[in-house]
Structure formats: structure tokens, C-alpha cells
Design a protein around this ligand. Structure first.
Ligand code: NIG
Ligand code: FE
Length: 411
């Protein structure tokens, strides 16, 4: 099946050579071709260029994109899309003055979602999760990472990972699975956290690896959740089975978790709302991607990741949603990109790079998605008619996505 998109007002994020990610000043460069064509063959990007030099192709379908732009789909490298039920009650509690932390300490938060998930059947969990996956695909996401972490028992964690596996089998969007058994200490382990860590290390992680249910391993490394020492135990156990770390760190406090992530060659360190100079320094010249989650900052009113400072100091940044029932009940990457510009002072070029190629890197998919490059998947956003790509973040709260394509097929 060959499709030719022609008269594209601007083809965005065109990378002749495949790159891994962009950092620092390079983040402000967003290569584009104006008045372009794009040829897709069997789900892959086969050719592109200026309309002035568009060869005559024999194709099955032509799409006239006059006035519209095409960009690679958003790459959302941090989500918790598989969950059961919602937590609007806690939302109202926060409006009435409780903090996110106070709610968690009262037995709400992650433990609240875990209770619901444990009581939900695998089929029901799949049905609830697939709706959210379809919703984010329609909003332009074309590659996604999904974490476990709302099971918190051996069986419920595996149930979550099997749901992720089923989503992977039934949808064309690339999905990466992350094991986040150390997301919160279950109530029955409150006074013996080490027993829970041992359960994860000796029982759950080996089975996750044996059934090949995850590629990555995550820990909520945070005061009141898992210490740097706890995190080290989990990362070490994961490493034995080839599970690569992607960790939640520095959401509320800076406790040397970033340093641990770098030590363990984490693919990414995520959240980073609270960063001290040493945390920034240690990330320089590493292959660990800092991931910012501005919708989370927005929703629970915590600081935004100091992305401006980090980029100015030469670091890369990736942007992701953190879609989850507690801190970010939204998987809208368009909102993330807009919020990064509005609240974190990233330019549209930086934000688009962060939400495409850098996001792809943060889930090990930089060779498949994240840019318009020959041989990559034709996972694309066709915008509504717009004047410039800066209009995408400018029109916050709306979105400019007219159609989305996964492997060249309209979704
Ligand atoms: O990434 N911070 C830890 N985990 C999730 C939120 C968990 C929840 O509140 O359900 C996050 O924000
Ligand atoms: Fe998260």
C-alpha cells in the first residue's frame, strides 16, 4: 500500500540521518521542508522532499494536505494508562485544601488505585485501558510506554503487565512495558518494607523477566516511598534480568536518586520537579534522558521541571504525559507541549523535539519513530490548516490534530 501526501504546507522534524536525541542548543533546531511531499510504503516512510521536485509516483492513495502540516506522532515515554477506576474524590479533597501527600498518607493515592485494580478482572482492566489508549492515539500519540505499579501484589502486577501485553498485540502503536512494582509500599507491608522489596526481588521480577513482560524497570524513588537504598536493590535485581531502569525521581525531594539513575545507566530519569545544581551536573554528558511531566505539575500544583535552565546548561529534555489516575488524569501530549512552552519557557522547537525524537529515545524507539526519516514508521499527525507550527502550543487547550496515521493507516 503506497500513500502520497502532497502539498504539505510544512513537513516537520525531517531528519535525513537517524539521530538518537538532541540536547542543549540543538534542541532549538527543528528541521522542516516547506511545500513538501511524503511517500509512505507498507507502513514506512519511503521518501519525502519539496513539491518542486516531486517525482511521479504510482500510488494507491493520494492525500492533498494543502494548508496543513505533517509531523511525526508524539512519543509519550511515561504513562500509567493501565489502571482501574478514577480518583475524582481526591481531586475534590485537594480543592478543599488537602495536599497530594496528605491524601496519600491517609491511605488514598496509589494505594487507593491499587485496591481498585486488585478487585478488577483482567478483562475489565483491558477494556478500561484500551479506551484510554485509543483516546491518546486520536490526540496524536504514536508510540507509548506503559507502567505497572497499581497492582502491588504478585498477581495484580502480573495482571497489569499482561494487559499491557494484550494492548501491544492488538494495536499497531509501538508500546514499551515497564515494571513498577516499587511504586508504593502496600499497607500490609508498612512496617516491613524490606519484605515487600524481597518479594519483588525474589518472586515478581524473575517471573516478569521469564514471561518477558517488561523491558524496563521503574521505582518511585522518593521520601516516604522508596529510598535510594531501596531503589538500588530493585535496579540491581532488574539488571540481572536485563531490565533497564527508567525511574521516578525528584518529584518532591532531591535525595540523590538522579545520581543513582546515572550510576545504573538509566535510560531516563522522570519528574525532576525539584532539582539542585548537583542533580543537573551529574546528568551532563550521559545517555540518561531527563523527562519532564508538566501536566502533573499543572494538575497537582507542584513546581515545573526547570527545563529552561537544564537546556541552557546543555542537557536534553523529553516531554511525556504521566497519564495516571492520581497526579495526571490526562494523556494529551498537545497540552503537554503547550504547557512546556507556557510554563517552562521552552520554545515550540524545543518542545516539539522533546515530544518527538527525545521522547522516542526515552523509550528506546529512536530508530523507529520520532522523526521524518526514511525507513521509520509512518506514524504521523496531519494537522488542521494552521499558519505555523508555533500555533500548536499557542492554541493550548485545543488541539490541531486533524487526522492521525499509524503505519500509514488512518486511525
Ligand atoms: O508519576 N509519582 C508517582 N507516581 C505517579 C502518580 C501516582 C498516583 O498518584 O496514582 C506519578 O505522578
Ligand atoms: Fe509516573
Amino acid at each position: 500500500m503506497k500513500i502520497l501526501f502532497k502539498n504539505i504546507k510544512e513537513l516537520i522534524q525531517v531528519r535525513e540521518e537517524s539521530i538518537d536525541f538532541v540536547s542543549g542548543k540543538e534542541m532549538s533546531v527543528l528541521p522542516t521542508i516547506k511545500n513538501a511531499y511524503l511517500l509512505v510504503n507498507d507502513g514506512l516512510i519511503e521518501d519525502y522532499g519539496s513539491m518542486d521536485s516531486c517525482p511521479t509516483f504510482k500510488v494507491d492513495q493520494e492525500v492533498d494536505a494543502t494548508g496543513k502540516m505533517i509531523l511525526p506522532s508524539w512519543c509519550d515515554s511515561h504513562t500509567h494508562i493501565v489502571y482501574a477506576g478514577n480518583r475524582e474524590g481526591e481531586f475534590v479533597d485537594r480543592i478543599n485544601g488537602l495536599t497530594y501527600e496528605e491524601i496519600a498518607n491517609n491511605g488514598g493515592g496509589i494505594l487507593n488505585s491499587a485496591k481498585k485494580l486488585q478487585e478488577t478482572s483482567e478483562d475489565d482492566l483491558y477494556e478500561q485501558s484500551k479506551k484510554r489508549l485509543e483516546e491518546v492515539i486520536k490526540l496524536g500519540t504514536g508510540a507509548v510506554e506503559i507502567k505497572s505499579g497499581y497492582g502491588l501484589t504478585h498477581d495484580a502486577e502480573l495482571k497489569m503487565l499482561r494487559v499491557i501485553k494484550k494492548l501491544k498485540e492488538n494495536y499497531t502503536i509501538p508500546i514499551k512495558a515497564t515494571f513498577l512494582g516499587a511504586h508504593a509500599v502496600p499497607a500490609n507491608y508498612k512496617s516491613n518494607k524490606q519484605d515487600y522489596l524481597d518479594l519483588l526481588i525474589n518472586n515478581v521480577i524473575p517471573q516478569v523477566a521469564q514471561e518477558n513482560l517488561a523491558q524496563y524497570i521503574d521505582v518511585f524513588c522518593e521520601t516516604g516511598y522508596f529510598s535510594v537504598d531501596d531503589t538500588r536493590q530493585i535496579l540491581k535485581a532488574g539488571k540481572k534480568y536485563g531490565l533497564i531502569p527508567k525511574i521516578h525521581v525528584n518529584q518532591f525531594t532531591s535525595i540523590d536518586g538522579v545520581q543513582l539513575g546515572v550510576e545504573y545507566n538509566a535510560l531516563s530519569v522522570d519528574h525532576l520537579e525539584v532539582m539542585n545544581p548537583e542533580d543537573i551536573e551529574i546528568l551532563k554528558n550521559t545517555r540518561t534522558m531527563p523527562v519532564a511531566l508538566p501536566s502533573c505539575s499543572y494538575f497537582i500544583s507542584i513546581p515545573y521541571t526547570p527545563a529552561r535552565q537544564m537546556i541552557d546548561e546543555g542537557l536534553p529534555i523529553a516531554l511525556a504525559t504521566d497519564f495516571n489516575p492520581g497526579s495526571t488524569p490526562s494523556g494529551n501530549m498537545n497540552f503537554v507541549v503547550a504547557t512546556a512552552c507556557i510554563k517552562m519557557k521552552m520554545t515550540p522547537e524545543e518542545a516539539i523535539n522533546a515530544a518527538t525524537i527525545n521522547g522516542a529515545y526515552a523509550m528506546g524507539l529512536e530508530n523507529k519513530v520520532g522523526s521524518i526519516t526514511k525507513g521509520k514508521l509512518a506514524n504521523l499527525i496531519l494537522t488542521k490548516p494552521i499558519n505555523s507550527y508555533g500555533f500548536i502550543p499557542y492554541s493550548f487547550g485545543n488541539h490541531q490534530v486533524e487526522k492521525v496515521y499509524l503505519k500509514g493507516e488512518e486511525f
